[in-house]
Unconditional design. Structure first.
Length: 307
């Protein structure tokens, strides 16, 4: 741990509640919806996951930064979270294969983050009161100004964000001699999704979020994939129409996270914003067929209505 003089910082929630901490490096303010991730590892993948775009991430793991970062352990081209909140931040790291420190990774990506926060108390508060907009800031003497700015921050409910993180142009991924061709609609796709499809003998063509079924079908794929991504699925009318066109033609279709919600809406099933979402790599789920418990990786603030 590197000890240095650091500025005081605050977390101001939309309901007026304040938590305290210290700036990790950069000074300033960051706004977004506050949420928490329960994973014990994988912080670099979390920070670069497009599904977290516009969110202030609270890490429930007590130590962040202790194993540094690697250049090939990112899910996109840059950090996507709006800001980080953690308990203990490690300026030094220990991993022989690491390429750099997390502090330098934050500097490179211009991320504002704070530590020395009572994250157990904060997460308990979010759990009980629900996800809400918040600001993290070193402007600790400007509470009223921050409240005014925070009131103008858009709510995640009804917010379309896929257009911000989606590719602008189609591109290919994998081996063109693979057995299957998959057309993927990029709503905020992660690199690991593409790697997993490629490892399963798939050649993928990734299309921008606003592509039509005609744009995708002209490639004559064996199946269609709707990716993960940030924001509310309801405003994504084009993606819903793409899913309807695929379903109407009885073609193979698969979706995860936001893509899964899009498929539900295309089938006339409603979605809703969750109280605080599920985010982590350690969520137990009961398999109703086998009766066994399974540990799952989840990251969603919206869900399909079971009714």
């Amino acid at each position: 741990m590197q000890y240095k003089a650091r500025k005081k910082a605050i977390i101001l929630l939309a309901d007026g509640t304040i938590f305290y901490g210290k700036a990790i490096g950069k000074e300033g303010s960051a706004f977004g919806e506050i949420c928490f991730n329960t994973g014990m590892t994988g912080y670099q993948e979390i920070f670069t996951d497009p599904s977290y775009y516009g969110q202030l991430m609270v890490a429930t793991n007590a130590h962040i930064g202790n194993y540094g970062v690697k250049n090939d352990e990112t899910e996109s081209d840059s950090i996507k979270i709006a800001g980080l909140i953690c308990k203990n931040f490690n300026y030094d790291y220990s991993r022989y294969s690491a390429d750099n420190s997390l502090e330098n990774f934050f500097i490179k990506n211009n991320l504002f983050a704070i530590s020395n926060v009572d994250t157990r108390a904060l997460v308990s508060y979010i759990r009980d009161n629900g996800a809400m907009n918040a600001v993290i800031s070193t402007e600790v003497e400007s509470i009223e100004k921050l409240k005014e700015q925070l009131s103008k921050t858009p709510n995640m409910d009804g917010l379309e964000l896929a257009s911000v993180v989606s590719t602008k142009e189609p591109y290919f991924y994998g081996n063109k001699n693979s057995k299957y061709k998959i057309a993927a609609l990029d709503l905020g796709i992660k690199k690991n999704i593409l790697r997993n499809l490629s490892n399963r003998d798939c050649y993928i063509k990734v299309f921008p979020y606003d592509s039509s079924f005609e744009d995708m079908s002209v490639w004559n794929p064996d199946g269609y994939f709707l990716s993960n991504g940030p924001g509310d699925p309801k405003p994504l009318v084009n993606a819903q129409n793409v899913a309807k066109d695929i379903i109407d033609r009885n073609l193979p279709l698969f979706g995860i996270c936001l893509g899964h919600q899009i498929i539900a809406l295309a089938n006339g099933i409603s979605t809703y914003k969750m109280h605080n979402g599920h985010r982590g790599i350690n969520h137990p789920v009961k398999n109703l067929i086998t009766g066994k418990g399974e540990i799952t990786s989840q990251n969603h603030g919206f869900a399909v209505d079971r009714k």
